[in-house]
Design a protein around this ligand. Sequence first.
Ligand code: HEM
Length: 154
Amino acid sequence: MIDTFLAQAVHLVFAAIWAGSVFYVAFVVLPLARDGAFNTTKPLEAISGKLTLISRTSALVLLLTGGYLAESHYTSETLVNTPNGHLVLSMVALWLLLAGLVEVGAKRLEAGLNGKKLREPAADALGLYRAAAIVGIALLVVGGAITSNLAAAL
Ligand code: HEM
């Protein structure tokens, strides 16, 4: 009981941190950088490095806690054959997509910053980060649909 509560609480906290930080970078920090609000590449390099750290840590924690929850709530049969099982499997697919988009976005941004450019790499990476932010929101919506047992109400 307490272990399920802990796994669920940690899962939810890291889901919020990951989705929230990607959203903030995509919709606040990068547009400012693209519009010339920063004078040097240093702040953006630090922001990108920290976001990568947050993203990797969250991806690992969500995989571990999500795996634990899946093991305690589902069997391989119910994962494949029930609507909530399908939602959990979509969560795993979206998890992979979110992690991939943040990694590729960071590589693209850092490559440009290493070339001592600022506005151009921010503009180039913006689309990837925005796609990642939308995937993060989709994950929270899928989580809400599981928690409220939406599939049973439809
Ligand atoms: C490999 C990755 C993941 C796995 C295996 C996984 C699995 C699960 C499972 C089994 C549940 C509980 C389902 C139930 O109660 O019937 C759950 C809930 C949830 N997940 Fe995930 N998940 C993963 C990644 C993510 C990510 C990346 C996010 C958001 C950024 C997320 C957000 C949520 C939310 C909001 C809930 C509902 C609240 C909660 O139960 O704590 N999950 N997940």
